[in-house]
Design a protein around this ligand. Structure first.
Ligand code: 5GP
Length: 180
């Protein structure tokens, strides 16, 4: 069992790179089918989603699409601040576009809830959400339920594959769960 120790916390490998790749392929297949006739704009939520997004967009089949980025911050260490800050705003016109938000993990749903409202206000024609991980038991906002989910997870804190611990460990190729 691979383990990581970070700032006094002990993490154990939960998803191997191979398992992650299978989850990503499954999400990419569904998106490829649903957007066959469209030209979606993928809005990647930085920082955490950059690894998932890089794998996801390359696994799409026969899709003409654009990719852009937005950077928000709502989380510090292992507890949420409950506030969303737009650190890097959208550079792309979303008016009349079919938008797919790409997230690393949906937890309370606050980020997606606020981001959807933001994109609706900018005139997006449709908005769906693709996330590598989803914590359904933590969800507080109905409209933040993701449309495409790599894998569901219970409430534990995870790191790796883009997900950080205070900025570190994003480069791990597997996903690790904290052990109490
Ligand atoms: P939400 O707004 O849905 O409550 O939180 C979404 C953000 O919180 C994610 O994009 C991620 O940055 C952070 N987050 C939530 N759960 C975890 C977790 O288990 N591990 C890490 N590293 N970040 C998390």
């Amino acid at each position: 069992m691979k383990t990581i120790d970070e700032q006094g916390y002990h993490f154990e490998e939960w998803l191997t790179p191979q398992e992650i790749a299978q989850d990503v392929a499954q999400v990419a297949d569904r998106i490829s089918k649903d957007y066959q006739e469209k030209e979606p704009l993928f809005v990647v939520v930085l920082n955490g989603a950059f690894v998932f997004a890089a794998d996801l967009i390359r696994a799409l089949k026969d899709i003409r699409c654009e990719v852009t980025f937005i950077r928000v911050s709502s989380y510090w260490g292992m507890s949420s601040t409950g506030k969303l800050e737009f650190i890097v705003p959208l550079q792309q016109v979303v008016d009349n576009r079919d938008v797919v938000i790409v997230e690393d993990i949906v937890d309370t749903g606050l980020t997606i809830h606020q981001l959807k409202a933001h994109l609706r206000g900018l005139g997006a024609a449709s908005i769906r959400v693709a996330t590598m991980l989803f914590k359904p038991r933590k969800l507080e906002y109905d409209d933040a339920k993701p449309d495409y989910i790599g894998r569901e997870i219970t409430d534990e804190f995870v790191i790796g594959y883009g997900l950080d611990f205070d900025g570190f460990e994003r480069n791990l190729d597997a996903i690790y769960k904290v052990k109490e």
